[in-house]
Design a protein around this ligand. Structure first.
Ligand SMILES: Nc1ncnc2c1ncn2[C@@H]1O[C@H](COP(=O)(O)OP(=O)(O)O)[C@@H](O)[C@H]1O
Ligand SMILES: [Mg+2]
Length: 332
């Protein structure tokens, strides 16, 4: 299931200094549905060489897939490494990547996330005890996360408690749904209970789509619908990027401005306003901040693939999808 917090959990472990110290080499590969072996292998080589601060040997460019695999295998053979393979969709993809990893290197770790139980068990060398099945958050955990996101505290105002608990239940313990809902509700007036009731009614009756996937789509649609007009265009535009794409912040700001999504305001540059839009979308948890420089500047961001599906379906309806493809192509 997407949106459960798999990537978040593994990232926390991967970034932990105590964990980092145990390995000489570190690499994070986002695999995703659109698996292309040679792109992944080149990305891996790039990360391994970046870390040792050496240029990639020039012969790599002309290597075929078999040579690339041998090259990585040789590199990793004597090293203690941690490799994260995030969002693996097929056993075939795992089998292909497994071939580049040296045998008998037991001091190293490969951590894999997947939505598919068969991929998890097939990738376990040895014992199935290595599979950790993520569960939705309990009611208590959901409530804590909900309150933190919505009220920036562990407490909920008494007038909103009943409606908030009902909304929280609709999120089915899925962190993605809870943070998106919390991001939306945080902007609502805490004194106007009826506005909160309207949002609850937006979920419809229990009979409209009962699967978890329907629920999360509902949450994301509601969050999208609540956006001001300009932010809607900005978000829809992100549907042109491939799944799991890491978007360069400076690029996206320029594109939003060029496309006329950014409304001028006295005393502020267009870039400042565009950045304000981006922060607004991040606050609502519709865009995820991915890479922040040491001085605090946001460099890369991304969209969860569930939200990407929602915005693709919306942008197809508004015909922005095809139009934007053309513009991106022209600007490239
Ligand atoms: N334990 C958690 N506490 C708070 N937020 C979380 C937690 N787990 C996930 N999230 C948020 O939920 C969203 C989806 O999580 P993610 O790890 O991308 O899910 P998955 O990889 O399972 O699809 C992200 O915006 C993340 O910040
Ligand atoms: Mg993920």
């Amino acid at each position: 299931m997407g949106g459960l917090g798999k990537t978040t959990l593994v990232k926390k472990v991967y970034d932990d200094t105590a964990v980092k110290k145990q390995f000489q080499n570190h690499a994070w590969i986002t695999v995703s549905q659109n698996f292309q072996f040679n792109i992944i292998i080149k990305d891996l080589i790039q990360q391994l060489y970046n870390e040792i601060k050496q240029p990639i040997p020039p012969q790599v460019e002309s290597m075929n897939v078999i040579m690339l695999s041998e090259f990585v295998k040789d590199f990793l053979r004597e090293r203690r490494y941690i490799l994260v393979l995030d969002d693996m969709w097929s056993i075939d993809a795992w089998e292909a990547i497994k071939c580049v990893l040296p045998d008998c290197n037991t001091a190293s770790s490969v951590v894999l996330t997947t939505r598919i139980a068969d991929v998890a068990s097939a990738s376990c060398l040895g014992s199935l005890d290595f599979v950790y099945k993520m569960k939705p958050l309990s009611d208590k955990e959901s409530w804590t996360l909900f309150c933190n996101r919505t009220f920036q505290s562990n407490d909920c105002p008494p007038n909103l408690e009943e409606v908030s608990k009902k909304i929280m239940k609709k999120c089915e313990g899925l962190p993605l749904a809870i943070v998106a809902m919390g991001g939306l509700l945080a902007l609502k007036d805490k004194g106007k209970t009826d506005e909160w009731e309207i949002i609850l009614r937006g979920f419809g009756s229990e009979a409209d789509g009962s699967g978890k996937f329907d629920k999360i789509r509902k949450v994301l649609f509601l969050s999208y619908n609540d956006l001001p007009h300009n932010l809607k265009s900005c978000l829809l535009y992100l549907s042109i990027y491939p799944e799991n794409y890491s978007i360069i912040v400076d690029d996206i700001l320029v594109k939003w401005i060029a496309l006329g999504f950014v409304e001028g305001k006295e005393g502020m540059t267009s870039t400042d306003i565009a950045m304000k839009y981006l922060k607004g979308l991040i606050n609502r948890s519709l865009i995820q901040a991915q890479q922040i420089r040491e001085d605090g500047k946001l460099q890369r961001c991304g969209v969860h693939d569930f939200l990407r599906e929602v915005i693709i379906s919306k942008s197809k309806r508004t015909k922005l999808h095809n139009h934007s493809h053309w513009i991106l192509h022209r600007m490239a």
